[in-house]
Design a protein around this ligand. Structure first.
Ligand code: URA
Length: 421
């Protein structure tokens, strides 16, 4: 085949057959198809799309570009993937919770880039914790603890690694077949038998509308089915941050609260909903994740999971050198707290990175002292900005411009006020 013919075919709206897809991905991985040719093909796919069968084949070719882990465990393996959000620390309580209920959870994760945080960056705020594990270590920990959250190995879907970096700089990220195949190639290569997708919708997510999110979810579920992975998807809100903590150490602290039976109601509810879905896929529908949280079994598994990777679950987490409080400008109900604005602000404070390889500040982030729907009086603290570099505060405040809105309202019965007779 010639790359130019494959590009021309897609440019003119043809579907790519299996042989051409296999060839172009393999040749691109080997450097035979040039970056500029793959750029043109990605743009042609962006504009023309791919049907379900093409997308499944494209995913298969990306899986075949690298190794496929075969994580054998005595327990059923099941994983979760979130399309990314602000304050989305759910993996932290979820992996040990599902393991405590009898499944094995191999959660190969990434670092944050842009306004969404990275699971590995959050966990690295725990003193001693190590993200890089060998395949043998992953297998051993899955058997002994049941849950492992670690860095994806270099060998998984290398075609996607190259293509994703290219899409990032060629305005070809926001394409349903390209996003769906990118995510699913990594998840299928990881070898879990079941996969639950948490597809985020709203300002803080890739997909801004429910319709787009549904389309992405359907594409990913079809790819999973085509590759023999039991896959299901939930669409969940990302218009406002999840929970009350956004950043690194602050999100670990909030996850530990959830694992100890407390924590914000939205984080608990989403953790339990995803756990139930995962346990269903793993063939354990009678497991009781709420009991595993309440009894402390999930917290015990968390401690073992952190220790197995060199971390000290009891160690004090890093604290910020500087805290800046943002106060309510009006009296009334806090009506919106924009996820994107809060995500960018946390990033500016040092919780995220602007380039691959940069260091993050573990203590940086935001605590939300009020959440939408709650009554506040002018001057009440709403957000606490945490950073080690106070120079970053003005940029964070600029990102928050317009992110908080209020509706004038009487202090109508607050949700958590005591009932009045
Ligand atoms: N996450 C991925 O891994 N790939 C995409 O294309 C988008 C989000």
């Amino acid at each position: 085949f010639a790359a130019v013919d494959v590009i021309r075919a897609k440019r003119d709206g043809a579907r790519l057959d299996d042989e051409r897809i296999a060839w172009v991905i393999d040749a691109y991985t080997r450097g035979v198809v040039a970056e500029e040719q793959m750029s043109a093909l990605a743009m042609a796919i962006f504009l023309r799309g791919m049907d379900a069968a093409e997308t499944a084949r494209w995913t298969g070719a990306m899986i075949d570009s690298g190794e496929r882990l075969s994580l054998t465990s005595a327990r059923p393996t099941v994983d979760k993937h979130s399309t990314g959000g602000v304050g989305d620390k759910i993996t932290l309580p979820l992996a040990p919770l599902v393991a405590a209920c009898g499944a094995a959870v191999p959660q190969l994760s990434g670092r944050g880039l842009g306004h969404t945080g990275g699971t590995l960056d959050k966990l690295e705020s725990i003193p001693g914790w190590r993200a890089e594990l060998s395949t043998a270590e992953i297998g051993k920990q899955l058997d002994e603890v049941g849950a492992v959250v670690c860095a994806a190995t270099e060998g998984l879907a290398p075609a996607d690694r190259k293509l994703y970096a290219l899409r990032d700089v060629t305005a070809t990220v926001e394409s349903v077949p390209l996003i769906a195949s990118s995510i699913m190639s990594k998840k299928i290569a990881e070898g879990a038998a079941g996969l639950v997708l948490d597809v985020k919708v709203g300002s803080g997510a890739f997909m801004k509308t429910a319709e787009q999110a549904r389309e992405l979810a359907a594409a990913m579920v079809e790819i999973g089915a085509a590759h023999g992975v039991r896959t299901s998807a939930l669409l969940t809100d990302m218009s406002t941050p999840l929970g009350r903590a956004v950043g690194n150490a602050v999100e670990v602290a909030e996850s530990v609260e959830v694992l100890r039976g407390g924590g914000p109601a939205d984080v608990v509810a989403l953790t339990l909903a995803l756990a139930r879905e995962m346990l269903d896929l793993a063939g354990l529908p009678d497991a009781d994740p709420a009991e595993a949280l309440a009894s402390g079994r999930a917290y015990d598994t968390w401690c073992r999971m952190i220790r197995a990777q060199g971390g000290d679950p009891e160690a004090e987490l890093p604290r910020p050198r500087h805290v800046h409080t943002v106060s309510a400008t009006e009296t009334g109900t806090l009506s919106t707290m924009d996820a994107y604005g809060v995500g960018v602000a946390a990033w500016r404070l040092g919780a995220g990175r602007a380039r691959r390889g940069e260091r993050v500040q573990y203590a940086a982030g935001i605590r939300c002292l009020a959440k939408p729907g709650e009554y506040v009086e002018a001057g009440d603290p709403v957000l606490e900005l945490h950073t080690d570099t106070p120079d970053a505060v003005p940029a964070a405040l600029a990102a928050l411009d317009g992110a908080l809105t209020y509706t004038p309202a009487d202090p109508s019965p607050a949700k958590d006020s005591l009932p009045v007779k």
